[in-house]
Design a protein around this ligand. Structure first.
Ligand code: PHE
Length: 343
């Protein structure tokens, strides 16, 4: 009987089968129980002996059942582990990883460069008031320069308005208003988005990026401005570029200049981007106008300064040969991917 039980147990393949066997063998109606029930018809001696034997078999069987259960569980776990083994030779799944946007590549490069010269960085805010975007920058109501920057006004009363900044220059007014000169000079750049009412085409966009710069201290001269812009442009466009300055006009700087770099995007003849002149304009700048100092409560007899404004989109387009400004805003992955690995 014992061997018969053991054979049946060892052929069980799942814990269900083990349970079934246990009921059949040891349950109330099980075979062993049936045998024990018949003991009444035997002599005392025989009863004792068979009873003892039957109990032994039951105990051993219980033990074996337990072992069998463990064995089955172990086998299941092992099978599971085998199934989950990673085949390291299988090709991996390719995840699409984003790339740094070319505008950010340009901004980060210049921010690093100016930081290395001790400049602080202040992004300012995209919503400004008329006072900082225009008034304090020597552009009063009715000034023709307002027409140069067709502005998105956010409230209808144009007298004292909130607007989307049309330039990053309001950050000049903010820093002049709040700066504590006992802590040192102003050396600050402000990169960020600006907005103008414009019809979008390959060279115009109703939103684009500028980077403002302002330096104010005692004895700042135009030589400081020229020197700063010279090394900045050579750093960005390449040391072999030539830089020239032309007189220009901005209400908040006097004198004002525009800087050109020598054309390297195409050859002189038939080069539309450089208008066949061999030069391309890249930024506006000048010495801070005394009215700007006065509007912010800074004494123009004590302090001098220079400021500049660079178009980040134009910088990016010239450096990387991008022909359509809309490529910078439409987020076509095929365009964005071209700048993978640039930093
Ligand atoms: N804010 C001017 C513009 O948007 C650029 C500029 C900045 C000019 C600072 C001079 C000084 O055209």
């Amino acid at each position: 009987l014992k061997t018969k039980f053991e054979n049946r147990l060892s052929s069980a393949k799942s814990s269900d089968e083990v349970n079934k066997f246990k009921v059949e063998a040891l349950g109330k109606k099980g075979e062993l129980t049936q045998i024990l029930k018949q003991l009444g018809s035997l002599s005392v001696e025989e009863r004792k002996e068979i009873g003892k034997k039957a109990n032994e078999i039951r105990d051993q069987l219980n033990e074996k059942i337990e072992l069998k259960r463990q064995e089955i569980t172990k086998a299941l776990v092992e099978e599971e582990i085998k199934k989950e083994t990673i085949d390291v030779t299988l090709p991996g799944v390719d995840y699409l990883v984003g790339t740094k946007h070319v505008i950010n590549i340009v901004i980060d490069d210049l921010v690093d460069f100016f930081r290395s010269m001790g400049y602080t960085v202040d992004d300012g805010t995209e919503i400004e008031d008329d006072k900082h975007n225009f008034e304090m920058l020597n552009i009063p109501q009715g000034h023709p320069a307002r027409d140069m920057q067709d502005t998105f006004f956010l409230t209808s009363d144009r007298g004292n308005d909130w607007l989307l900044r049309s330039q990053t220059s309001p950050n000049q007014a903010h820093v002049l208003e709040t700066h504590d000169f006992s802590k040192g000079p102003i050396r600050m750049i402000s990169p960020g988005r600006v907005f103008r009412r414009d019809n979008d085409d390959a060279t115009h966009s109703h939103q684009f990026y500028q980077m403002e710069g302002i330096v104010v201290d005692r004895n700042i001269t135009m030589a400081d401005l020229f020197g700063t812009l010279n090394i900045t442009l050579k750093h960005f466009f390449g040391s072999e570029r030539e830089v020239r300055f032309r007189p220009s006009y901005f209400p908040f700087t006097e004198p004002s200049v525009e800087a050109d770099v020598s054309c390297f995007f195409c050859d002189g003849e038939g080069c539309s981007i450089c208008k066949n002149t061999g030069w391309i304009e890249v930024l506006g700048a000048g010495m801070t106008h005394p009215n700007v100092f006065k509007a912010a409560g800074v004494d123009p007899d004590k302090y001098q300064g220079f400021a500049f404004g660079m178009g980040m989109d134009r910088f990016a387009m010239l450096k990387y040969g991008i022909e359509d400004i809309r490529d910078l805003y439409t987020n076509d992955v095929r365009f964005l991917e071209k700048f993978e690995g640039e930093s």
